[in-house]
Ligand binder design. Sequence first.
Ligand SMILES: Nc1ncnc2c1ncn2[C@@H]1O[C@H](COP(=O)(O)OP(=O)(O)OP(=O)(O)O)[C@@H](O)[C@H]1O
Length: 278
Amino acid sequence: MLRIEGLQKQYRTGDAALRGVDLVVPAGEVIGLIGPSGAGKSTLIRCVNRLVEPTAGRIFLGDDEVTGASRRALRRLRRRMGMIFQEFALVERLTVMENVLAGRLGAVPFWRSLTRRFPPEDVRNAFATLDRVGLLDHVDKRADALSGGQRQRVGIARALLQDPDLLLIDEPTASLDPKTSRQIMRLIGEVCAERRLAAVVNIHDVALAQMFLGRIVGLKAGEVVYDGPSAGLDATVLTRIYGEEDWTRTARSADGEPDDAAPAAPAPAPRLLRAAAE
Ligand SMILES: Nc1ncnc2c1ncn2[C@@H]1O[C@H](COP(=O)(O)OP(=O)(O)OP(=O)(O)O)[C@@H](O)[C@H]1O
């Protein structure tokens, strides 16, 4: 479980990127983090693993506090957080298997990682994970010989090999075609359910988020302005998050149809938070 309390981030430049975010993501739940450019989505994800140092607030992974953790404790906590990136972040000249085993770096002794000698159990796990993500036939291929969808599957397998409690996923489908994007979102949902992982997915594609994620958190100017079911993302809520626009072809109402009768009937118990500043 991920718990965030009163998270604030002010960059040195003076930009207040997060203004008191509260968020709980239970084990097994995948949430979609949406919001306009500059809303603070990447900052939020990076504060969770302290790639960006929060200015105020507290973050917990299970019972362990991430904020304030010593360097050593933070290293251990980061091993429990798998990261999946938009650009995959693979080592191009290494094979699929080597890239996936990189997920164990930090967990194996340094000399083993230098000589790339991983314990047999890690290798067995890597095979099983690659099988799960549909890449068993590609283990010896170099990363640079893979398609975008295959590359993202490697990214997912590498994160899973860490045996994490939490996945932090930054724009996983930004460079993928629509069908591959759906396959990747489906895979993320399935593996998180199977392994009871909490996950935060930073995603721009609202329709895709609605299709595959049950819960959406909408950020605007560093504040959570919506936290509720994806079915509740109607034109009114989208206007709250993104501002005025014709949302009728984007929002899907609770019955799955495009929301062209906006404003739509309220969705089941969405938690509308603070009205966005006008
Ligand atoms: N390293 C940084 N130094 C200073 N300001 C930053 C830094 N990173 C982000 N910001 C500012 O913080 C705010 C939030 O940025 P952030 O990248 O978190 O938004 P985002 O929602 O992820 O945007 P996008 O969807 O475009 O990636 C913006 O005003 C941005 O300019």
